[in-house]
Design a protein around this ligand. Structure first.
Ligand code: OGA
Ligand code: NI
Length: 356
């Protein structure tokens, strides 16, 4: 990837700002106008129990597939339970990363990242000098393919962090693969079609972004994460069950996701939107902050390998339904967006082929 090897300016971790006891947030974090957006209180994203796929009753199994299909088309988001990832491992993973963020700043700074790979501890997206900022610190790491995974770049403290992270990512990758199979079947494709289009076991990619959202003294002005769609294939998010924060844009309104304990929030990313030629939606979402509680979330991005050519699958395009997106590798797409930071859905939209 070309371009930036250093941040354009020093940035204070949000956690330090928060802990300094300020009552007013710096102007750079003011991203919202209170009351300007419509929020919808009464609804939640669809909830799906993947255990029902093992039911001996065909109508139960078909019912799950139909609900996932609808969720991918209409919401781009759903929550899953019965997903097969060990609940104890999920809890341990949350605990170890919460502890990491509690370490003294110097410990965390050992892993300070740069905008070339974003790998490590960081607190901003995009390199534009003077840009507005999100109220969040994070740790970003690569897990797949094996050739890019480098646990030496993962925290050595807490002592169990590396081992837990590797184990957890392995299990969530299995969930990601399972979901690609479900999505393929739902699209009327061969079961391993999306898995293979990701590059199969050898090339498929995965990375983890652990987000830490410190308490914010003016939550109605800041955003934990600005509106964006996820660039990868699909995302499996583990969020604190007792602090809401994630909002999904649906039918012109922001919907607050109510996370369930031990559930994953699944969303379609840009690459699956491209592969399905827009049938499955990579939907905009954002994160709110709050003044009472800090919040931790772990976004596992399951994606095509960096050098895999991504394009609308031949089976879904036709004369009447021509390819809406150009062919490019996932690395090319990432390079295109990483220097810009999070910008809603404008990035994928800007690549859309004009109808001629
Ligand atoms: C992300 C993301 C949501 C959250 O990391 O891409 O959307 O709730 N996170 O932290
Ligand atoms: Ni996201």
């Amino acid at each position: 990837m070309s371009g930036w090897s250093e941040w354009s300016e020093p940035i204070v971790p949000v956690q330090c700002l928060s802990e300094s006891g300020i009552q007013t947030i710096p102007e750079r974090y003011m991203k919202r106008v209170p009351g300007a957006e419509v929020e919808n209180e009464g609804v939640n994203i669809p909830l799906i129990d993947l255990k029902d796929l093992d039911s001996s009753d065909v109508s139960v199994r078909d019912g799950v597939l139909v609900r996932i299909s609808e969720a991918c088309r209409e919401w781009g988001f759903f929550q899953v339970v019965g997903h097969g990832v060990d609940h104890g491992l999920m809890a341990d993973m949350q605990a170890t990363w919460r502890e990491f963020f509690r370490l003294p700043l110097e410990e965390k700074q050992e892993y300070a990242n740069n905008p070339t790979t974003y790998e490590g501890y960081g607190c901003r997206q995009g390199v534009e000098k003077g840009a507005k900022l999100d109220w969040n610190d994070y740790f970003f790491l690569y897990f797949l393919p094996n050739s890019v995974m480098n646990p030496c770049k993962w925290p050595h403290l807490p002592v169990s962090c590396r081992e837990l992270t590797a184990k957890y990512c392995g299990e969530v990758a299995n969930l990601g693969e399972k979901l690609t199979r479900i999505l393929s079947v739902n699209m009327g494709l061969k079961e391993d079609r999306i898995h293979e289009a990701f590059g199969g076991y050898e090339e498929r990619g995965a990375c983890l972004r652990v987000n830490f959202y410190p308490k914010c003294p003016q939550p109605d002005l800041a955003l934990g994460l600005a509106p964006h769609s996820d660039p990868g294939g699909l995302t499996c998010l583990l969020a604190d069950a007792d602090v809401a924060g994630l909002q999904v844009f649906h039918d012109g309104k922001w919907i607050t996701v109510k996370p369930l304990p031990n559930a994953f929030i699944i969303n379609i990313g840009d690459q699956i939107q491209v592969m399905t030629n827009g049938i499955y939606k990579s939907v905009e979402h954002r994160v709110m902050t709050n003044s009472e509680k800090e919040r931790l979330s772990m976004a596992f991005f399951y994606s095509p390998g960096g050098n895999v050519m991504v394009k609308p699958l031949e089976e879904v395009v036709s004369k009447d339904n021509p390819a809406m997106y150009p062919t490019m590798t996932y690395d090319q797409y990432r390079a295109f967006i990483l220097t810009k930071g999070l910008q809603g859905k404008s990035q994928l939209e800007s690549l859309k082929k004009s109808k001629s």
